[in-house]
Design a protein around this ligand. Structure first.
Ligand SMILES: *[C@@H]1O[C@H](CO)[C@@H](O)[C@H](O)[C@H]1NC(C)=O
Ligand SMILES: *[C@@H]1O[C@H](CO)[C@@H](O)[C@H](O)[C@H]1NC(C)=O
Ligand SMILES: *[C@@H]1O[C@H](CO)[C@@H](O)[C@H](O)[C@H]1NC(C)=O
Ligand SMILES: *[C@@H]1O[C@H](CO)[C@@H](O)[C@H](O)[C@H]1NC(C)=O
Ligand SMILES: *[C@@H]1O[C@H](CO)[C@@H](O)[C@H](O)[C@H]1NC(C)=O
Ligand SMILES: *[C@@H]1O[C@H](CO)[C@@H](O)[C@H](O)[C@H]1NC(C)=O
Ligand SMILES: *[C@@H]1O[C@H](CO)[C@@H](O)[C@H](O)[C@H]1NC(C)=O
Ligand SMILES: *[C@@H]1O[C@H](CO)[C@@H](O)[C@H](O)[C@H]1NC(C)=O
Ligand SMILES: *[C@@H]1O[C@H](CO)[C@@H](O)[C@H](O)[C@H]1NC(C)=O
Ligand SMILES: *[C@@H]1O[C@H](CO)[C@@H](O)[C@H](O)[C@H]1NC(C)=O
Ligand SMILES: *[C@@H]1O[C@H](CO)[C@@H](O)[C@H](O)[C@H]1NC(C)=O
Ligand SMILES: *[C@@H]1O[C@H](CO)[C@@H](O)[C@H](O)[C@H]1NC(C)=O
Ligand SMILES: [Cu+2]
Length: 559
């Protein structure tokens, strides 16, 4: 009897802990231009919030409701916010990508993002309209977790961002990038690299203490190698998914990826140790003399001791040997999903179109925005919502049945690496070729490429790592799997912002009939479209009479 009572009290306490603790965290974000000079080399206009830049790191706890009232006070630019890595389960209209799940927010208009956070770990948020977030509208978002399996071990929790940085406005760079004067699609070369939106940053630590460092690449283009002189560390989280701890010395953090590591400080107070980031020079088509590829910041044990520059005993970033994320295991032991019910095989290619501009293609389609945000096409098309024709030819739509097991095979026909991101999910990492390590760039400078052969591949891990952004090697491939258990329209795209502008993306329209049951759009969000002259009903061509008649749809520039 007493035991039963205690059990009941226990159950009640556990339930209350979940319900009673959950709170609403509200931010009012007035987007405004502000001046900043984060690298000390050039002052420029940046996209700030309430007159401030860098943007605030958003902190919530699991179960919290996050409300962000975004007002566009920029005057001359549209905006939106994507909550990178958060599932938006039931709230697809809060996901943020313009013309996918909402209209772009015009200057003078507002959009209220309002959703619950049911995950834990390290995320980030950024603008998701064209040519926007490299101007500064991006920052980390942290979901704290007192119950993390390593929580008892850590004495401090520190968020560290890294990013490429341009001195020019993104729109001006985009204008010369997507132009007949640049048929090869050479990406703009950054002017510098930032660490916590600054340079020469010191991170104070106390001897003997253990810190969780949340590393987030909030850049638009360049991956970063990361290590700390004289220290190894344990990886415990990637992209919001706890991993079995793995000792590592060097990481490669592609744009949009997150790694949380545990670092135990030495028992010294005499020295400071360089935190070293080395830009992935393989991504850069040219390297100006003025560009500092490697950066030194410090794990600071003693503010009055010297802060030495890193001593790099390498001549190229390719000599660094980062930990292979395929070698991590999900801490929750979720096993390899069974054989897929839907397999999507896509080919990545970059090439010059007939107008002389360089575009990017998945199976020869360069993602081209529809006339109606795709989510609104789902909501207005009734039973035709399951027919991909509705969503247009060049949005590259795939309709996924509810709860189906989906496999995506990405064969890279390009000589560059690409970090691919899926909205609304994380996915299991099954295979990648070539693996991280000395052979990763083997096919970068050859005419030869390796495509995935389902009958001859490396054995898949039993308990795969999961994450939401995964790098496909030059002229190699990757294979991922997930369950379509989150009804919504989800973008799958390269996270190099320049490549997204070139069309390197496609749409997964997951369980459209369930979307119709679960998602409702507040009037404020429809009004916004009206102001922008964007229809909120109809197929990709804006046709509300015949959803299978796509005449007038937006089409890509002919190849
Ligand atoms: C950062 O440190 C370097 C090397 O000491 C120095 O040249 C540069 O001026 C510093 N920049 C800033 C903004 O402090
Ligand atoms: C946003 O900031 C701008 C510039 O400071 C100001 O003019 C405007 O009134 C603000 N709007 C809101 C809704 O706070
Ligand atoms: C956020 O959504 C919840 C649940 O739908 C609703 O109760 C609440 O009023 C909303 N808050 C705002 C500020 O819109
Ligand atoms: C970038 O800014 C510099 C200096 O203002 C200018 O000379 C250059 O043309 C700009 N480049 C682009 C692509 O906008
Ligand atoms: C590190 O930066 C310096 C100065 O930019 C450069 O000389 C050196 O080659 C760089 N090393 C690597 C590995 O990029
Ligand atoms: C910090 O460094 C300074 C300069 O090297 C040294 O004089 C001092 O003793 C150090 N402090 C501690 C607490 O080790
Ligand atoms: C650089 O030096 C470290 C420590 O001395 C060594 O472990 C590493 O192998 C060296 N790297 C290269 C590329 O020589
Ligand atoms: C793949 O790349 C080769 C060599 O660049 C090119 O000839 C071929 O057309 C490409 N194939 C596709 C499907 O993009
Ligand atoms: C893409 O186009 C190339 C050349 O026109 C063709 O050979 C190839 O089969 C196409 N690939 C797909 C997946 O449609
Ligand atoms: C769109 O795709 C359909 C079916 O694949 C095809 O019949 C049609 O010709 C395409 N339309 C255009 C304009 O490319
Ligand atoms: C399987 O793939 C490996 C590695 O690419 C290759 O060496 C081997 O020849 C392939 N075997 C068959 C039967 O195709
Ligand atoms: C979304 O919520 C449903 C329950 O409503 C759950 O079954 C599913 O696993 C969730 N999906 C994700 C990706 O969280
Ligand atoms: Cu890319």
């Amino acid at each position: 009897m007493e035991f039963t009572m205690r059990l009941l009290v226990g159950i009640f306490a556990a339930a209350c802990f979940q319900l009673c603790q959950a709170k609403t965290v509200t931010y009012d974000f007035n987007l405004t231009w502000v001046m900043a000079n984060p690298d000390g080399l050039h002052e420029r206009q940046v996209l700030g919030v309430n007159g401030q830049w860098p943007l605030p790191i958003i902190e919530v706890e699991k179960g919290d409701r996050l409300v962000v009232n975004m007002h566009n006070g920029l005057g001359d630019k549209t905006s939106s916010i994507h909550w990178h890595g958060l599932y938006q389960n039931g709230t697809n209209n809060m996901d943020g990508p313009s013309m996918v799940t909402q209209c772009p927010v015009l200057p003078g208009y507002s959009y209220t993002y309002n959703f619950t956070v049911e995950q834990t770990g390290t995320y980030w948020y950024h603008c998701h309209v064209d040519a926007c977030y490299p101007d500064g509208q991006r920052q980390a978002l942290v979901v704290r977790d007192k119950d993390a399996y390593f929580a008892d071990e850590i004495d401090g929790d520190i968020t560290l961002t890294m990013s490429d940085w341009y001195h020019n406005m993104t729109e001006s760079l985009a204008h010369s990038f997507l132009s007949p004067t640049n048929p090869d699609g050479d990406e703009p070369i950054p002017n510098s690299f930032l660490f916590n939106d600054a340079v020469n940053t010191s991170i104070p630590v106390k001897p003997g203490k253990t810190y969780m460092l949340r590393l987030v690449n909030i850049g638009a283009f360049v991956g970063q190698y990361f290590y700390i002189e004289g220290h190894s560390f344990r990886i415990v989280e990637i992209d919001g998914v706890y991993t079995e701890p793995k000792e590592a010395e060097v990481l490669y953090i592609a744009v949009a990826q997150r790694y949380s590591i545990l670092v135990t400080a030495k028992s010294t107070t005499h020295k400071n140790f360089p935190i070293v980031t080395v830009a992935d020079a393989e991504l850069l088509d040219s390297i100006p003399d003025t560009l500092k590829l490697n950066q030194t910041n410090w794990l600071q044990y003693n503010a009055s001791a010297p802060h030495p520059q890193a001593v790099l005993n390498i001549t190229s970033s390719t000599q660094l040997d980062p930990f292979d994320d395929l070698g991590l295991y999900a801490y929750d032991q979720m096993e390899l999903l069974p054989e897929p019910e839907i397999t999507i095989t896509v080919n990545v290619a970059m090439q010059e179109a007939s107008n002389g501009e360089g575009y990017a293609y998945l199976n020869n389609i360069s993602y081209t925005k529809p006339k109606v945000p795709t989510l609104y096409s789902v909501l207005s098309s009734g039973s035709l919502a399951t027919n991909p024709t509705v969503y247009g030819n060049d949005t590259n739509p795939y309709v996924l049945g509810h709860n189906r097991i989906v496999e995506i095979v990405l064969n890279n026909n390009d000589t560059g690496a690409h970090p691919f991101h899926l909205h609304g999910h994380n996915f299991q990492l099954l295979d990648r070729f070539p693996p991280y390590g000395p052979h990763f760039f083997d096919y970068a400078d050859t005419d030869y490429r390796v495509t995935y052969n389902p009958n001859n591949h490396t054995a898949f891990p039993k308990v795969p790592a999961r994450r939401d952004t995964f790098v496909v090697p030059p002229q190699g491939y990757l294979v991922i799997r997930f369950v379509a258990d989150n009804p919504g329209v989800w973008f799958f795209h390269c996270h190099i912002d320049w490549h997204l502008m070139q069309g390197l993306g496609m749409l997964l329209i997951e369980a459209p009939l369930q979307i119709q049951e679960r998602v409702s759009i507040p009037q404020q969000q429809y009004d916004l479209c009206k102001a922008a002259g964007i229809p909120t009903e109809g197929n990709a061509a804006g046709n509300t009479e015949d959803y299978l008649d796509l005449r007038g749809q937006n089409l890509q520039v002919p190849i």
